[in-house]
Design a protein around this ligand. Structure first.
Ligand code: COA
Length: 266
């Protein structure tokens, strides 16, 4: 497959993936998701790749879901809108599960903004290394939506409920040092050393038993996600309820014209 929204570079045993929409801060659109899903499908049976790295082209890792055009003057049929929002969760859940369960070791090299859906890839990666320029955040409620794709329980497992609530309820942006102090990333390095730090980590893991490493990853994953099964059932319904309200459209409209949103709770 020829990738358009990704740059995919192979240097066995490493496959490097760069999200490649720099003019839109690598906002995640359907093209990025479908290209990544295709790539993951191939990598599941590719024994010559043992590491997958992720980073973003330009000044961002990813600014989150592509919200351009949301809540426009000509919104889609209301039923289509809320049904589609519910069903879109199935794809997000598949994406997260697939990435989380890749047999390769996955490493996110966070080079700039990593927001909302653009934080999902780091959250389910095995390792997160941040440039000192990295900025993390979950801005969803500020635009009238909430954090989905099964990411909230995973973020809670990673940094605990206190920091998770601060991130998702206040929408505060965390710089790299704060992300390190709350356990969101493993390491912060000077911007120009980001990829070197990734390669150093890979070299360290390369000397370990390959089968034992694969088993170890699976055991940690198995120990980390006890409640996600319940969430998969209810999250799409919560999303549909949200889209029955006026708030997601108001959030999208306000971003489009860069004005503060006016939420009424209806
Ligand atoms: N969806 C679609 N387009 C996006 C985007 C997103 N999530 N994030 C950024 N962009 C686009 C901007 O519209 C702009 O495009 P334009 O030059 O054609 O107008 C371009 O990327 C650069 O973004 P800009 O806002 O000018 O950069 P900035 O440095 O001033 O601000 C952010 C950076 C990340 C703070 C700001 O872009 C932002 O708040 N983005 C939305 C974050 C968000 O709510 N994500 C959804 C979470 S799921």
């Amino acid at each position: 497959m020829e990738y358009k929204a990704l740059i995919v570079e192979r240097s066995e045993p490493v496959l490097s993936v760069t999200l490649n929409r720099p003019d839109k801060l690598n906002a995640i659109n359907n093209e990025i998701i479908s290209e990544l899903l295709h790539l993951f499908g191939e990598l599941r049976v590719d024994n010559s790749i043992r590491y997958i790295t992720f980073t973003g082209a330009g000044r961002a890792f990813s600014s989150g879901a592509d919200i351009s055009g949301r809540g426009g003057d000509d919104p889609p049929d209301q039923y289509e809108s809320y049904t589609g929002a519910r069903q879109a969760q199935f794809l997000g859940h598949d994406f997260m599960r697939m990435l989380e369960n890749m047999e390769q070791i996955t490493i996110s090299a966070i080079n700039g903004y990593s927001l909302g859906a653009g934080l999902c890839i780091p959250i389910v990666s095995d390792f997160r290394i941040a440039s000192e320029k990295a900025i993390f955040g979950v801005p969803e409620t500020g635009i009238g939506i909430f954090y989905t794709w099964g990411t909230t329980p995973r973020l809670t497992a990673l940094i605990g409920p206190a920091w998770t609530k601060e991130m998702i309820i206040t929408n505060d942006f965390y710089d790299a040092d704060k992300a390190l102090s709350c356990g969101l990333v493993h390491k912060v390095v000077p911007h120009e050393n980001l990829m070197d730090a990734v390669w150093e980590l890979i070299e360290k893991i390369e000397s370990k038993g390959r089968i034992a490493t694969r088993m170890a990853k699976k055991l940690v994953n198995a120990a980390s996600a006890p409640n996600i099964g319940d969430l998969y059932v209810c999250e799409p319904e919560l999303v549909e309820r949200l889209y029955l309200s006026e708030e997601p459209a108001e959030g999208g409209r306000s971003f489009a014209v860069r004005r503060p949103p006016k939420f009424t709770g209806r």
